[in-house]
Design a protein around this ligand. Structure first.
Ligand SMILES: [Ca+2]
Ligand SMILES: [Ca+2]
Length: 304
């Protein structure tokens, strides 16, 4: 049951964003208040030093086989030169996939095929936090058809009660298919989802935000301040918008960093909007890399 629920969760991050009731803003941003870091204390972080992912902090998605238009595999994730790197590329020789089924206490092997490979890492079962300030510093993968994200989740997201207080998917940023016109060109999206991923789904978005400092070639920071009253989103420490729709989550949430391809059952294709199809043109940089300099979690000083 749990595994099935998680599969639904994982399969719908993207669909979800396409159906958000929130507005699509196209103003030049960010602009607004700067985040006041004096009210926070750093409580968890990964600077991605060393040469391997810290397994005490992060795990891979062992329950997923094909993921939309490609495959997630831990071999696509590395740590080098101070960054977490999630690579995305086409592999003629499929990577071997196995995962531990904790319900049946056995290892399963799934047959992966030649195709598009990338990865996801999460702090699920390793680190969760409620409230505070969360920030990632990264360069997004620059190739058509790629969707990268820094997001937060807990299983309460599936509880349909008309509220987000029991759990909310918080998308600190999502990049839509690299400068895709339908999805807002090179705008970055920020929003929330709650009450499941079906007909009861609810959410809100601050719309597309455009960053002067090219997110696909230069480092930017993407953050969210999560208080009992609202989420305040920031890019490079400057507020881009606020959301309190549905009430904010009151439960600890885990972190995720991911890259996805458009498509289904491991086969890359356009999405239902006719966008996201990978084009192997000379201006594309394969393999593409999602480079994450750090992830830092802070707590309000008065909540420590
Ligand atoms: Ca709910
Ligand atoms: Ca670093």
């Amino acid at each position: 049951m749990f595994k099935a629920v998680i599969k639904v969760l994982i399969s719908l991050l993207m669909v979800f964003s396409a159906t958000l009731p929130g507005s699509i803003g196209l103003g030049r941003a960010p602009k607004g208040n700067t985040v006041d870091m004096s009210k926070f204390t750093l409580v968890w972080s990964d600077e991605f030093e060393g040469d391997a992912l810290d397994s005490s902090k992060w795990g891979y998605e062992w329950w997923v086989t094909a993921r939309k238009g490609g495959y997630w595999h831990e071999d696509m994730v590395s740590v080098k030169e101070g960054n977490l790197v999630i690579r995305a590329e086409y592999l003629d020789t499929p990577l071997e996939n196995y995962y531990y089924d904790k319900w049946h206490e056995q290892i399963h092997f799934d047959e992966y095929k030649p195709g598009w490979y990338t990865g996801l890492v999460t702090t699920r079962d390793k680190y969760e936090q409620c409230y505070g300030y969360y920030e990632v510093r990264c360069i997004l993968p620059a190739a058509t058809g790629l969707w990268s994200a820094f997001w937060m989740m807990n299983e309460g997201v599936f509880n349909v009660d008309g509220s987000g207080k029991d759990g909310t998917e918080v998308d600190v940023f999502e990049s839509f298919y690299y400068k895709d016109h339908w999805w807002g060109n090179d705008g970055i999206s920020t929003g929330i989802h709650y009450d499941g991923y079906g007909e009861d789904e609810k959410g809100d978005s601050i719309g597309r935000v455009f960053i002067e400092n090219d997110p696909y070639t230069q480092y930017n920071t993407y953050g969210v301040e999560w208080s009992p009253e609202e989420y305040i989103f920031y890019i490079n420490g400057v507020e881009t918008g606020r959301i309190s729709t549905g009430g904010v989550s009151q439960n600890p949430e885990y972190l995720l960093l991911s890259v996805e391809f458009a498509g289904s059952n491991g086969v890359q294709s356009s999405d239902r909007h006719g966008t996201g199809k990978i084009s192997l043109t000379p201006d594309q940089n394969w393999p593409a890399e999602f480079k994450v300099d750090y992830v830092r979690c802070y707590q309000y000083n008065d909540m420590l």
